[in-house]
Design a protein around this ligand. Structure first.
Ligand SMILES: C[S@@+](CC[C@H](N)C(=O)[O-])C[C@H]1O[C@@H](n2cnc3c(N)ncnc32)[C@H](O)[C@@H]1O
Length: 281
């Protein structure tokens, strides 16, 4: 039996405590603001597709779509564009429907399909572009699992389709560390908590900190294998892609990424870098 609550002997009621910012914050909203730049992705995808295929890309599949922020931005960018977003997590997809999809015009909403499912199941119609952003394929830790995913991604592309993914690296990527970034009304913290040099498995967390000192610890956790550029390119070829390209993010004098990506085959060994890797069907 539980201990009975004692009746308050005080005269008045105590003032209700003000809720912390963290308790009122929405982790998906913070994630989107801190991590994603869907307009820049749409611009990059459009440019690279035109360069490689000589036409405007219309359909896009966003694997590991989360809140489908990119899918919604893609479908909204042109009347001829459609998007399909695939994610395993129903509550995250539901958040995306309520906060991203609902903001689009009715016509644009009709051009977005969100599917609760596994990216390995190859759901939906063939698309011009399939993407897997923010390193989400790192959940596939064995080469045969990654190859299977790339095979399914290739099968789900139109004949002149391309697959676009991202990778981070450099010697900073394999040290246990915490990096803070001040954003509008909150601090974003990226923590590399563990890295095993034997198998390249890495455990990372995103935390958020607020001006009142409150925090959302481990708002998101990622248990990944940190693959390398040559491994990803080799596995793409093994999965049947005819060619691969690497687009390296340029940096300014302070070493910060400029958001400009160039196709390259030889680069300086930077302490941290970001690339897009493109598989050509
Ligand atoms: C790092 S988030 C990516 C969110 C967003 N696409 C982005 O670029 O920021 C990873 C997402 O992948 C989903 N996920 C993990 N494994 C999956 C799988 N096998 N099939 C579909 N979704 C998966 C998780 O539910 C999570 O929403």
């Amino acid at each position: 039996m539980g201990k009975k609550k004692q009746k308050s002997k005080g005269k008045g009621r105590s003032k209700p405590k003000k809720k912390s910012i963290a308790s009122r914050a929405d982790r998906h909203k913070l994630y989107q603001a801190a991590v994603q730049s869907p307009e820049a992705d749409v611009e990059y995808f459009s440019t690279v597709y035109k360069e490689l295929r000589g036409r405007t890309a219309k359909s896009m599949r966003e694997d590991f779509c989360g809140t489908a922020y990119l899918s919604c931005t893609w479908a909204d960018s042109k009347k001829s564009r459609t998007a399909i977003g695939i994610d395993l997590d129903a509550p995250t997809l539901q958040w995306g429907r309520a906060h991203n999809l609902a903001k689009l015009s009715e016509a644009a909403q009709g051009r977005v399909q969100l599917v609760e499912g596994n990216v390995l199941d190859g759901l939906g119609e063939p698309t011009d572009i399939t993407c897997a952003l923010n390193f989400s394929y790192g959940v596939f830790k064995r080469r045969d699992e990654l190859r299977r995913y790339f095979e399914v991604a290739r099968q789900g592309l139109a004949d002149d389709g391309i697959f676009i993914t991202e990778l981070y690296g450099g010697f900073d990527a394999i040290v246990e560390s915490e990096e803070e970034r001040e954003l509008d009304g909150f601090t974003y913290i990226w923590q590399q908590a563990e890295y095993n040099p034997i198998n390249h498995h890495t455990l990372c967390h995103i935390h958020f900190k607020f001006p009142d000192g409150s925090k959302i610890k481990k708002a998101f956790t990622y248990d990944w294998r940190l693959w390398t550029v040559p491994e990803l390119r080799e596995v793409l070829l093994e999965a049947g892609f005819s060619d691969t390209k690497v687009y390296w993010e340029r940096t300014d004098e302070d070493g910060d990424g400029t958001g400009e990506y160039v196709a390259t085959e030889c680069e300086e060994n930077q302490e941290s870098w970001l690339v897009y890797i493109v598989g050509i069907k």
